[in-house]
Design a protein around this ligand. Sequence first.
Ligand SMILES: [Fe+2]
Length: 255
Amino acid sequence: MTTLALAGAGLAAILGFGAGMWASPRRAARRPPAGGKAGGKEGELSAGALADMEEFYLEMVKTLARAVDSKDSYTHEHSERASVKARRLAARLGVEEPAARYVEYAALLHDIGKIGIDEAILLKPGKLTPEEYEVMKKHPIIGHQILSPVKYLGPVAEMVLYHQEWYNGQGYPEGLSGDRIPIGARIVAVIDAWDAMTSDRPYRKALSRDIAISELKRGAGTQFDPMVVEAFLEIEAGLEAETAVRRNGKVPPSA
Ligand SMILES: [Fe+2]
C-alpha cells in the first residue's frame, strides 16, 4: 500500500466519523448531539449548541492538521500559531465570517497534500533535484483532491489548491496572478512562508525574526500580495508585543 493510500484510508476513517455531520454545521445541527440543547423549533439547535458543533468541526480540522504536522518536521504549535494569525489577518483585511473561518481552516490544512509525498523527498536534508521538486509541487493538487469532497469545508479546498501561487504569476499549480488568486490563498501563502522561515527545517535552522521580516518585504509584489504582507507585519508586531508583555509578567492595559 502506498503512503498516499495509507494516508487516504486514515483520512477516510476520520472524515467518515459522523459523516453526515460534515455536510454543514447548520444542517448537522438539526440532529442534536448527545447532551445538546434543542432550540425553540423542533429540529433546531440553540446558538450555544451550534457554537459547540462549530467547535467540534474546528477540533476535527486541527486533528487533521496534527496528522500532517506529524509527518513534516513542524510542531503542533506551528499549526496553532498559523490558525490564530490567519483569523486575525482575515479580519484585518475585511474578510467577514464565515469566510474568515474558512481561511483559518485553510491555514491549518494547506499542506495536507504532503501526506501524499514520499518522505524521502519531504524530509530530505539537502536541496531537492528538479525531478524531486516537481513531485513536491503536486502537494496543493493532492490537498485539493483530499478536501474537495468535504462539503462542510466549502472554499477551503480551493484555497489549498492555490496557496503556492505567486502574486506575479510565477507560482504553481496554475500560474494565477494578483486578485485571480483567492484572498484566502494569498493570506495562507504569507502565513506559511513566515512559519517556514521562523521554524527549524531539515536543511537549515530557523531564520531570525528580523531576517524573516525583510524576506517577507522583499517578496511583497512578487511572491506575495503586498497588502497582505503589510497587514501581516502589523499583526505580527502586535503579537510580538503581547508575547513580550507576558514574558515580563505584565498584563496589557486592554486585557
Ligand atoms: Fe505548501
